[in-house]
Design a protein around this ligand. Sequence first.
Ligand code: CTP
Ligand code: MG
Length: 246
Amino acid sequence: MVAIVPAAGSGERLGAGRPKALVTVAGDPMVVRAVAGLVSAGVDDVVVVAPADHLDEMRSVLPAPARTVAGGADRVASVALGLAAIGDADVVLVHDAARCLCPADVTRAVVAAVRDGHGAVVPALPVADTVRRVDPAGRLVGPVDRTGLLAVQTPQGFAPDVLRRAHEAAAGSPTASRATDDAGLVEALGGEVVTVPGDPRAFKITTPLDLAMAEALLTAGDVSDGPPLAPDVRERSSPHGAEVRR
Ligand code: CTP
Ligand code: MG
């Protein structure tokens, strides 16, 4: 089982002045935490896609089995460069370095669904916020039915040929190059994408607030394998209100 870890972004919204994947969370770079999470879920080959001008730094922080290749101008290009570097595998995962607190159970569920015969699998959670669509001038143009919406996370899992075909089709397409995940490229080809339950801890560190939340979760010790923090699961797992920990 192989994982591609896109980590070549600049982290504009975090504003740390360096590539986001190298920013530390409770002492360890995000990319190191993301790779460790994948390895703990049984991934034995990891290709990290790094900013071309930070290859050496990325290599110096990443232990085996991670290998490092240079990334591209957008996420789709970076994943395609990672895909070109992988060998044979029954499952290919694509996992954002920025979702570095994702519990191993989520990864295992994605892998199991691919091994069950699904060509494309994403972890997803219900959307908690009220969502509205706006026109180009920023005016609200109507409600969106939240019951039909899911927030999609990573790792996303694929049969290798499904992911390769999706990226071949995306290459050179201006619309596809703006895609923020890989399952979307499969869907664009008419491919089926199935979901498994995501986890709040698989959130993407995007802004300084996200980074502070990640630090707080690590300090609280609430980030490794175990039940998700979602209230319904907490109630089921912990009927007497005891703390839910690994
Ligand atoms: N990514 C990548 N190559 C790019 C752009 C993004 O590998 N050219 C990766 C990021 O490193 C990150 C993941 O894709 O792990 C999700 O992207 P995002 O959260 O948008 O990260 P950044 O692009 O770094 O952040 P920003 O958009 O705020 O600049
Ligand atoms: Mg980005």
